[in-house]
Design a protein around this ligand. Structure first.
Ligand code: SF4
Length: 332
């Protein structure tokens, strides 16, 4: 059995060249994803989760640019491949489900036809009739009772939940090795969210796909992920098992983030928010970006970038509070 990680992101740096200056969107992103594992990517809006996902698919368009780093997928660095090879990987080996399904579906093509088209693009030996049948089979596998009838519908004839099922079918029909799910349920009604997540998990298990689950919903993370990586202002600040990170967070930002989750048992309790604001990314990172908001900040936090410290049980945190632990070069 191959024990090498399916994906290994090393020291990824992405900048956007805007009229206001250079936005240092990602500074030192490093993590790995094992085969058939679900890794959650957590953090506030704008922390760089989606930029990380798009970098893996090499979909950073100007004025953005991947400055440095490597993205090793199945032993090959995606950043060094020519565009034709990357196109063979996109959709076939790595698929991505977006937050808003209706934005990703073509409004003038029947949904079954769109799923069949995905198959035809990646398998030239397949004929259209067989591709259509496989599309219907995939919808049935997703628990859609009348799959043949639904396949003939246009996107505007479907509910948000059904559209997201169609997107899941479209992204998994090629049996990719890696599924990137970017806030897959945040545009859906809460009652539908659980159903969609369950469906996705069942299918992912059946086709043995690894998942990078991007979400700001820590509840979704707890239910679906084995490990969690937390990002803050373009930096990866904590990684560990879902239990360690959510039950015993070691970075002050993660601790604050967990306190912002409303306590369902105490609905009248005032909402907690982390004081201060997310820093501007127009300046290169020279210190701990969380320092202006951190109650434990020391002088060195304002002057140096904290290394990533290796804690117990594959738990890592980039915070000087752990400077008695061994430092690792970058988080992984
Ligand atoms: Fe707070 Fe310093 Fe740790 Fe940053 S490095 S999170 S400022 S204690």
């Amino acid at each position: 059995m191959n024990t090498e990680p399916l994906l290994k992101v090393n020291d990824l740096k992405v900048h956007f060249y805007t009229l206001r200056g250079v936005v240092h969107a990602l500074e030192r992103i490093a993590f790995h994803l094992n085969r058939q594992e679900t890794l959650g990517l957590a953090g506030e809006t704008g922390c760089g989760k989606s930029v990380t996902a798009r970098s893996i698919l090499r979909l950073i368009d100007p004025p953005g640019r991947i400055i440095s780093g490597s993205i090793i997928f199945e032993g090959r660095d995606i950043l060094t491949l020519d565009e034709a090879k990357v196109r063979q990987i996109r959709g076939r080996k790595i698929s991505m489900i977006m937050q808003e399904p209706k934005m990703s579906l073509n409004p003038v093509i029947r949904v079954g036809e769109q799923i069949a088209e995905t198959l035809l693009i990646h398998d030239r030996s397949l004929n259209r009739r067989l591709a259509r049948q496989q599309a219907v089979d995939m919808l049935a596998q997703l628990g859609i009772a009348d799959a043949t009838r639904i396949a003939r519908r246009y996107p505007h004839e479907l509910s948000g939940g059904m559209s997201q099922r169609i997107m899941i079918a479209m992204m998994l029909v090629t049996r990719p090795k890696l599924l990137i799910a970017d806030e897959p349920t945040s545009a859906l009604d809460v009652t539908i969210q659980a159903q969609i997540l369950e469906l996705m998990q069942t299918l992912v298990r059946e086709i043995q796909t690894s998942v990078l689950m991007i979400t700001h919903d820590l509840g979704v993370m707890a239910e679906t992920c084995e490990r969690v990586a937390v990002m803050y202002a373009g930096d990866m600040i904590e990684i560990g098992s879902v239990h360690n990170v959510l039950k015993n967070p070691q970075h002050p930002y993660t601790q604050g983030l967990l306190q912002t989750v409303p306590d369902k048992a105490n609905p009248d309790q005032p909402m907690y928010s982390i004081r201060g604001n997310v820093p501007s990314l127009l300046e290169p990172q020279t210190n701990c970006r969380f320092a202006p908001r951190c109650e434990y900040a020391m002088e060195r936090c304002k002057q140096e970038i904290p290394p990533v410290y290796h804690l117990n049980g594959n738990h890592q945190a980039a915070c000087f509070l752990h400077d008695r632990s061994p430092a690792v070069e970058t988080a992984s």
